[in-house]
Design a protein. Sequence first.
Length: 343
Amino acid sequence: MRGLAALLVVFQHILSRTPYAIFDNYFGFLGGWGESGVAAFFVISGMVLPLSLGGKYRWSHFPRFLLRRAIRIEPTYLASVVIASILVFGMSSLAPNGTPCLPSLKQLALHALYLIPFSNEVWIQPVYWTLAVEFEFYLCIGLIFPVIILASCKAGRTSAAFLCAIFGLLVLVTHLVPSVRLFQYATCFAIGMLLAGRGIFSFPLHTIIILCILLEGLGYWSGQTWKEILGSALAAAIALFCTGPVNKSGRFIKPFWFLGTISYSLYVMHQVIACAGESLSRMILRTVHGTKGLILANLVPVGTLIAALVAAYLLYRFVEKPTHSLSRNISSRLRSAKSWAIF
């Protein structure tokens, strides 16, 4: 699911660029679905985070939870910020009559803390806005999940399911705090929480389906597009009904499993590479005339996709994967220390 969602976003940002008119005539239908991929990502996060916390999560675990998420997410994100800054500087320096552009220290600091929406600065890559939304959800789920656990124990699983769904009502205050875009997609995260509740609290299937339908309707009424609704609905349906053991080495599954593995690195790297591809295509059109120039310029999106996949794999291999191991090791050490303290 992550791999497919990431691919939709990548196609959105690679296609529909001015120099790719011929290419878009044949493959333009693949673009325009990025918002479906983003909504699916939010549903997946809404499901995966509660599952990682588990039914025994308490407020006292919140610092450890944030530490693990920071180690898991931040190094890859910050590495992509540095790489994107270098590429933007290079493109702006090489552009005709261009002025070299480097982010300020203030802009970089605001990126590190996901505070760009609350400032006058802009994202180095616009796609980073979704990471800010994810971080806001980390803070929320870490604080509210013990309440849902308590409701499940004291009032029953149906009450806990309604509490998960109530999170989606935050879409109603979107216009009051537009800088907090988590509210705009609260229904997606609430759907994910309901899906996680089926595994953690054994929420009844019919309750989940009814509440998910109501949340989708609320999301559409609050301004989400039909593509976002479709993306979140498909992600929910797959999570509910397409379960069971997966053969990771299967001929059909293996490429999608690979995409899912590198999906985060692909997500944070592809947009600046897509911009670099467009700059390259424009340069080709200026320097190579006639049919040859058109053909070369319209082959660039293929090269851009390959370059994005290669860059994502390298970032995963040398930054994301080691930080995954570090996050797991820290968690294991903290659990061992706690066990010894109890003993």
